[in-house]
Design a protein around this ligand. Structure first.
Ligand code: MN3
Length: 198
């Protein structure tokens, strides 16, 4: 069974102007699709072809197979981390956990912004759960929380391909827009609850 590109969870014009349809044509239609295509080429006729993405990510050595499998997973997770009319603050158990582990939502926002801004080169900023505690982490290239015993709750892609069409080199503007209007806190809360967070 070949790996497939999952549908976007929203219309490609839903997040404009922060993320334009042109960005989705490239970021989803070209980049995410290329990771899926490459993963199929790398697994064709091999036992990995019948494994799940998570199984490949867990067992593949550093290199092309890991990178493409992880980038397929990362991008699917990222689209779900976005929402038209998102942003603002979470509610319920996740909001309480953010206050508990970061001191306040404002402090979380400050720390997440710093992590996303200072990640050097290509990578991802994450809100994760590890050992019952929330943390903000950075990963480079295709690396992801499940390789570090952490559960991903929310992510922001900070590869240049994620923001160059709409924001050029202004990564801070892109991060600000994500936190203000796009972050899907419902998705993060669902991940938090599934991971046993309370
Ligand atoms: Mn990307």
């Amino acid at each position: 069974m070949a790996f497939t590109l999952p549908p976007l969870p929203f219309a490609k014009d839903a997040l404009a102007p922060l993320m334009s349809p042109e960005t989705f044509d490239f970021h989803y239609g070209k980049h995410h699709q290329a990771y899926v295509t490459n993963l199929n080429k790398l697994t064709e006729g091999k036992p990995e072809a019948s494994k799940s993405l998570e199984e490949i990510i867990a067992s593949a050595p550093a290199g092309g197979l890991f990178n493409n499998a992880a980038q397929v997973w990362n991008h699917t997770f990222f689209w779900n981390s976005l929402k038209k009319g998102g942003g603002g603050e979470p509610t319920g158990a996740l909001a309480a956990a953010i206050a508990r582990d970061f001191g306040s939502f404002a402090k979380f926002k400050e720390d997440f912004t710093t992590a996303a801004t200072t990640l050097f080169g290509s990578g991802w900023a994450w809100l994760v759960l590890e050992g019952g505690k929330l943390k903000i982490t950075q990963t480079s290239n295709a690396d992801l929380p499940m390789k570090h015993g952490q559960t991903a709750l929310l992510t922001l892609d900070v590869w240049e391909h994620a923001y160059y069409i709409d924001h050029r080199n202004a990564r801070p503007k892109y991060i600000e827009g994500f936190l203000a209007s796009l972050a899907n806190w419902g998705f993060a809360a669902e991940n938090y609850s599934k991971a046993g967070g309370r």
